[in-house]
Structure formats: structure tokens, C-alpha cells
Write a protein that binds this ligand. Structure first.
Ligand SMILES: [Zn+2]
Ligand SMILES: [Zn+2]
Length: 79
């Protein structure tokens, strides 16, 4: 069953699409998967915002993304 509907409207918002955290009402940048204030996380599959304690998305059961915002540059990837 397909419960998730992806609708991206690019007509009036091109580039950044901020998302509002439903738990603390903070607006976060679209590139940020985690709320800066309460660490709620936005599902990358259906964009549903889950409580930080959830390990899977409530809507589509996708896994919680890794909190690796600052680790991308530090990671030593094999060439
Ligand atoms: Zn929040
Ligand atoms: Zn989801």
C-alpha cells in the first residue's frame, strides 16, 4: 500500500523550502533533517516530522536519518 503522497510545489518556493516543526513551531531549513530546537526529525521519504524519540517514521515507517550534519567533512571515504 502506498500511503505517502509526495507533492512538491515549486511554483512559489524555488530553492529553499523551510519546514515548520510541529512540536516547537520553529522553522528549519529544508536541508536540515533535524529541528534545531527539539531535534524532531523530518522524514526524507514523506516529509512528515516525527518526534525525536521515534526510530521510524509514523507515516511511512522509514528509518530515522543519521544525525551526521557535522560528520560529512570529517568522514574519510575510500577513493
Ligand atoms: Zn522542534
Ligand atoms: Zn515518512
Amino acid at each position: 500500500m502506498f500511503g505517502c503522497v509526495l507533492i512538491f510545489v515549486d511554483e512559489y518556493t524555488t530553492g529553499t523550502q523551510n519546514w515548520e516543526c510541529p512540536f516547537c513551531t520553529l522553522y528549519n531549513d529544508d536541508t536540515n533533517s533535524f529541528c534545531d530546537a527539539c531535534e524532531a526529525w523530518k522524514c526524507s521519504m514523506c516529509t512528515y516530522v516525527n518526534n525525536t524519540r521515534k526510530k521510524k517514521c509514523e507515516m511511512c515507517y522509514s528509518d530515522k536519518p543519521q544525525l551526521d550534519v557535522h560528520q560529512n567533512e570529517l568522514r574519510e571515504s575510500d577513493a
